[in-house]
Design a protein around this ligand. Structure first.
Ligand code: GRG
Length: 308
């Protein structure tokens, strides 16, 4: 019975060309992001915002938003402003995470970090400006969608970045630096807030804007929380198995900061097993959607297969 279920879940993704899907969606997102911010007076801040926003990255959060919208029959152009806003929020969180007062990193996405190029003062302000602009951008550029859906997305995005989301996760992460007795519960709290919360709002905002109902949104939230934790487990593994060149940021940071991570608790092989279980659970949430869920199922598999 279990084997039959797994066959049904993985089948749609097996013939699905994820590489082509990701390349096409990423190219569309890059064009939309490039058009989202023009450099005007005072140029320095717009240049700092654009520097990090256009620095590359997988664009996973916008792509999840587009894929969830398409699952419910929406056209991806309708949610592109929200997809861009998600990347703005993600980018600002990376800028602030890299600051000397936080992770103090010199490289991100293969380039010097924002504060290394523009100075710490401007990097803080570039993050602040990207965060505020993300909300403005959703409001000003989302067209042909009922306002109550847009309001719901704005509320969920606010919650995902504030103390109940990224900020809360980051606070506990900072508190745990150097503490070798950090529990698995605390580690899960950190990453369900720091990493999974934004992935969750990325997926559900696409679904909300496309008109999905509450049971569907719950399933997608569950899917996203599970891929979020799996994503973080793989991130922790890559931090110890990859070089800085491969990662585009300083490798080995977790050990240097004496952080408890999934591989430090479980070891690498068991961490892979846990990540796969989370991904299988994520995919099981999408069983009822059949072939239409192939992109989201393939993205879940990619989370554990990725090597950067
Ligand atoms: C949100 C108001 C506000 C402040 C920021 C600094 C901070 C509070 C939170 C830290 C959030 C953080 C950096 C989480 C890590 C998430 C993560 C796994 C990032 C890497 O994501 P990828 O691999 O990166 O998708 P690319 O570069 O591909 O986009």
């Amino acid at each position: 019975m279990a084997q039959h279920t797994i066959h049904k879940i993985t089948n749609p993704a097996s013939t699905f060309d994820l590489t082509a899907y990701l390349a096409e969606a990423k190219a569309e997102v890059e064009i939309a992001l490039d058009a989202s911010i023009q450099v005007t007076y005072p140029e320095k801040i717009y240049e700092a915002m654009r520097y990090s926003l256009m620095a590359g990255g997988k664009r996973l959060r916008p792509i999840l938003c587009l894929a969830a919208c398409e699952l419910f029959g929406g056209d991806r152009t309708l949610v592109m402003p929200t997809a861009c806003a998600l990347e703005m929020v993600h980018t600002m969180s990376l800028i602030h995470d890299d600051l000397p007062s936080m992770d103090n990193d010199d490289y991100r996405r293969g380039k010097l970090t924002n504060h290394k190029v523009f100075g710490e003062d401007i990097a803080i302000l570039a993050g602040d400006a990207l965060l505020a602009y993300a909300f403005e951008y959703i409001v000003d550029f989302t067209k042909d969608i009922p306002p109550h859906r847009i309001l719901r997305v704005i509320g969920r995005l606010g919650r995902a970045v504030a103390a109940a989301g990224l900020v809360g996760g980051q606070v506990v992460d900072l508190e745990c630096e150097g503490k070798s007795d950090t529990s698995i519960e605390t580690l899960n709290f950190i990453h369900s807030h720091k990493t999974a919360a934004l992935l969750e709002v990325a997926v559900i905002s696409g679904a909300i804007l496309a008109g999905a109902d509450d049971p569907d949104i719950d399933k997608l939230a569950n899917y996203a929380q599970n891929i979020g934790l799996a994503f973080q487990i793989i991130d922790d593994i890559l931090d110890v198995t990859c070089t800085s060149e491969q990662l585009g940021k300083t490798a080995g940071k977790d050990i240097a900061a004496q952080k408890v991570t999934y591989p430090s608790l479980w070891g690498i092989p068991a961490s892979h097993v846990q990540a796969k279980q989370l991904v299988d659970h994520a995919k099981s949430q999408l069983q009822s959607y059949g072939d239409a869920a192939a992109p989201l199922i393939a993205i879940a598999d990619y989370i554990t297969a990725r090597n950067y």
